[in-house]
Each structure stands twice: as C-alpha cells, then as structure tokens.
Design a binder for this molecule. Structure first.
Ligand code: SAH
Length: 400
C-alpha cells in the first residue's frame, strides 16, 4: 500500500470517529500533511498519533474527511466489493423476498457518499462525495460483477453534491435503460421512472411498512394521504380493504397511482384524486354549528413529504404535522386506525409523538398505540450515526 497523506485531529475530536461516526469536520483538523488533493484517500490519526482510519479528503466540504474504514486498508475495487457484498448479505437476510431494494445506503453501510438502489435488474447510483464520485467507474464495474444488472444509471442531482463542488449529472452509466418499467414491492407491481421520479424512482424505505399497514386495513374504508404512486393504498386494497381513496397534489402521481391500481387488478376498490391534503382535510372536517360530523374512515394514512429540510423550519413543520393530525382524528371512526409517518431527520420520535398527542388532546381523542414503525431494513440504522435514522411512524387506534 502506498504511503497516504496523514491528517492529525485536534485533542478531543477523535471520540466520535472511534465510536464509528465517519465524518471528520474541517474544524477538527490539527495538521494536514501535504501534498493532498481533493478526492484523495488520507490516513486519519488522533492527537497522539493513533490510527483512526482511512477516508476521502475534500478541502471544499465542511466534512473534510469521510472515513471509509477504521483499519488502514486500501480503497480499491476489492474494498468496494467487500462492502457491497456485506450490504447485500444484510438485505438477503432481513428482506429475503425483496427484488427491489436499496443495496447500499451510504453511512448506514459504511460507504459514506454512495447510494445504490436496485429496481429489479436496473441499478441507480448516487455519489454525494467527491472521492466517491471519482471512483464511479470502479464502483460500476464491481456492481456489474456482483449483481449483473441490465443497466446502471446515475441520479446525481443532490443538494449535498454542491457542498462537495460537484455538478448535477443524470443518465446511463452502463447498459440499456428500458425507460419506465414495472418493479415489484411485496408482489405488487409499480411502474417506476428512475430518471424522472422522486428520489431514485420511489420510496423504498416504506417497503416493510406497506405490508404492515395493509394488514390493518382489511374490510375498511381507507384514506391514504400523500399517496404518490399508491404504495400504501395498493397494499391496503390487496389486503382486502373495502374502499381505498388516495390523495396527492401531483397530477402525475395520481395518474401513475391509477395506472398501478389497474395493473394490479385493484382499480375497482382504489381511487385517487388530485388535491392539496391540507385543503381537502379542512373542507371535509369542517362542520357548521349544531351539526355533528360523522367520521367516515376506518383507516387513515398520513405519509407526507419532509416538511422541513433544515432545523430552522422545524416549528413551522410541527404546525403542519399537528394540523393534519387534528383533521385526521376528526375524520377517523372510533375504533379506526391512524398510521402516521414522519421522514424528517430534524423531527425526532418523541417530538413527533408529542405533536400527535397535542392533536389528540385538541380533538378530545383517546388513543391506543398499536405499532411503532421505522425505515425498512435496507436503510439500516447505525445508532452511533444519528443521521442514519430518519423515518418514524406509529399506528394508533382511536379508542374514542
Ligand atoms: N406515501 C408515499 C410517499 C409520499 S411522498 C409513498 O409511500 O410512496 C410525498 C407525496 O406528497 C408526493 O407525492 C407529493 O406530490 C405529495 N404532496 C406534497 N405536499 C402535498 C400536499 N400539500 N397535498 C397533497 N399532496 C402533497
């Protein structure tokens, strides 16, 4: 192995890295051996000179070093192959039936800066660090060997790339992309557009929750708010819901969800409408004085987009979360189930729960908590890396 440029951290800055967090900030660096170019691999040491690990360096990013391994290993195709195989083994163990899933989830799989999604035999790659972006060709080769995909595309228009000095870049990296194509989640077919859709096509992180929520919907009248491609709606319909109604403000999403319902033979029980959920819920939950609202739904699903990308926007986001919960409680039958999710990293589980309870208080609703949800196992949570945990959810029965 060639001698690597060494970086020494300030006293007291090594604990987090020893604990397994991969980010070394510019402000933690005491001394940097030159010459070192952005995107190069460096050897990080604590203030006493003990090895902390090897990682990609970038002077332009606030995260100066992204540690890839705590041992001084060579960062080469064999390294990427080991990490990718380990990530695959985890998915095969925890989601043995899944054919579409996140193969590599960056920090969650000890590959900071790399995301790989598998949509049947098409792979979508995102590289959000300079070092990782430079090694795209190597990584593509490894992925070809390990997974033999029909095509590999990159979906690199992430805000985080700007912090690394990287431009947007979208398009094929290998093979022939078939355009839109069908994929399966839990045996239900969804049409995905890996170059045009949300994230890298759809929300893989809800895969296990779709099934769990579906099981709560049997025989019921279901409202799926923020339905996108119909993930929750279709799973509820297949599980035997009597009627499912999905709401999304995007016309494209509504059309795609309708098409998915038809493909899966569920269109008789599954309808979608284009609407702003806030307005729609407000209109339906409003009652003139002296009139009583008869709640129509057995199951309501709330899975909004992240209302906050930054810490500053949290108070506003919480008002939004509270409002939709107040409305949902009014529209939920006693004995009915609310399945509710929050995908904002800045709103933690206790805060989210408090908002729900405040909405329950305002509507004089008594709740029984019946399930706690998290992200699917292909988005592993590494407790020492808090950023890896973002999706949380609950199911509550409305006792009265
Ligand atoms: N439940 C979905 C994911 C929802 S993503 C799934 O499992 O796949 C968020 C969706 O909310 C997007 O489709 C977006 O178009 C929609 N959306 C965002 N704000 C909205 C609003 N105010 N009213 C209705 N839909 C909204």
């Amino acid at each position: 192995m060639n001698k690597l440029p060494e970086v020494t951290l300030r006293r007291g800055e090594h604990d987090r890295i020893v604990a397994g967090h991969p980010w070394i900030y510019q402000s933690s660096i005491q001394n940097l051996e030159t010459p070192v170019a952005d995107g190069d691999v460096v050897l990080a040491k604590d203030f006493r000179g003990r090895v902390l690990g090897v990682g990609f360096y970038n002077s332009r990013s606030r995260i100066a070093i992204r540690v890839l391994a705590q041992e001084p290993v060579e960062i080469n195709p064999a390294f990427f192959e080991r990490r990718i195989l380990a990530a695959l083994e985890l998915r095969r163990r925890r989601m043995p039936e899944a054919t579409s899933f996140r193969v590599v989830n960056a920090e969650s799989d000890f590959l900071s800066g790399l995301i790989v999604d598998k949509y049947e035999d098409v792979l979508v790659v995102q590289t959000s660090s300079l070092g990782m972006d430079r090694r795209k060709a190597e990584i593509v080769k490894v992925l070809q060997n390990v997974l033999e995909p029909r095509a590999i595309v990159e979906r690199n228009e992430l805000a985080s790339r700007k912090f690394e000095g990287l431009p947007d870049s979208n398009g094929p990296l290998a093979g022939e992309l078939p355009g839109k194509f069908p994929i399966k989640l839990n045996g239900i077919s969804f049409e995905v557009d890996v170059l045009g859709g949300h994230k890298t096509g759809l929300y893989l992180d809800q895969q296990t929750n779709y099934e769990a929520v579906g099981r709560m919907a049997k025989g019921g009248n279901v409202l799926d708010c923020f339905s996108f491609l119909g993930g929750f709606a279709l799973h509820c319909a297949r599980a035997g819901a009597a009627n499912v109604f999905g709401l999304d403000q995007s016309e494209d999403a509504v059309k795609a969800a309708e098409a998915n319902a038809t493909t899966n033979g569920l269109s008789d029980r599954c309808k979608f409408t284009q609407a702003n959920v806030f307005d729609w819920l407000k209109e339906r939950s409003h009652t003139p004085p002296n009139e009583k609202l008869i709640p129509p739904y057995d199951v309501i699903i709330l899975d909004p987009p992240s209302f906050t990308r930054t810490r500053d926007a949290v108070p506003n986001a919480l008002r939004g979360y509270k409002e939709i919960h107040v409305r949902a409680f009014k529209l939920l039958k006693p004995g009915g189930v609310l399945a509710t999710f929050c995908c904002s990293h800045h709103v933690d589980t206790p805060t989210f729960r408090d908002v729900i309870l405040a909405a329950a208080y305002d509507t004089r609703t008594i709740l029984r908590q019946t399930a706690i949800f998290s992200q699917s196992p292909d988005h592993p949570i590494i407790p020492m890396i808090p950023e890896t945990e973002y999706l949380k959810g609950f199911a509550f029965e409305k006792v009265r």
